[in-house]
Design a protein around this ligand. Structure first.
Ligand SMILES: O=P(O)(O)OC[C@H]1O[C@H](O)[C@H](O)[C@@H](O)[C@@H]1O
Ligand SMILES: [Fe+2]
Length: 189
């Protein structure tokens, strides 16, 4: 039997950076079609800001193994909609996931394939369990980077397809200085 070597790494709790991790950067231009207000999107695209960065320690896609990643989700809005991650189902849809919030303020939008949505606010210390079959997207509702750790099965995979096309049934927006979760007028099952 060949045993893999254990790993111990440090998360910089101020910046979310994991040294030697695989870094992924998503800019606004990578999120075309994701936000409701297309005019506000085109306007902000002139600067093409970084929306989030992921630092991932990933294994081969094998049953029984685990990946983990930090995400640094920057503050910002497109129109009145807060910056978010793309959101995905797992390719192996029955795979669950755990999130742990480290810094900043935000939350997670979750959704079943039938469009039943849940909003879970997150602040440093909040743990979120993402059950099998639920799509999940994180949202930064604050004014500083929202940083969190996620731990997920190595064979879970990302299924962006249906979220990319249809979005979530709910939007997380700023209204009268508050965070509101409202129906997505473009949503259809
Ligand atoms: O893949 P997205 O929906 O854009 O979310 C960004 C990332 O967030 C977390 O770090 C998850 O653990 C990653 O699996 C995911 O890739
Ligand atoms: Fe996931």
């Amino acid at each position: 039997m060949e045993y893999k070597a254990p790993i111990g790494v440090k998360i910089d709790l101020e910046t979310g950076v994991i040294l030697d991790a695989k870094k992924l950067v998503r800019r606004l231009s990578d999120l075309k079609g994701y936000f409701l207000d297309e005019k506000a999107y085109e306007e902000l695209l002139k600067d093409d800001p970084v929306v989030y960065e992921v630092y991932a320690i990933e294994q081969e896609e094998k049953d029984g193994d685990l990946n983990f990643a930090t995400t640094v989700l920057y503050p910002g809005k497109v129109g009145n909609e807060f910056f978010f991650t793309k959101g995905h189902y797992h390719s192996k849809a029955d795979r669950a996931e755990i999130y742990y919030a480290i810094k900043g303020r935000g939350g997670m939008l979750l959704q079943t394939p039938e469009g039943k949505a849940e909003w879970i606010p997150m602040e440093p210390g909040t743990v979120v369990y993402v059950p099998p079959y639920w799509a999940h997207r994180t949202v930064n509702t604050g004014d500083e980077p929202f940083i969190f750790l996620a731990i997920y099965p190595a064979d879970a995979g990302h299924d962006y397809g249906s979220i990319k096309g249809k979005g979530f049934s709910k939007l997380v927006v700023e209204a009268d200085g508050d965070v509101k979760v409202i129906d997505n007028p473009k949503w259809k099952v």
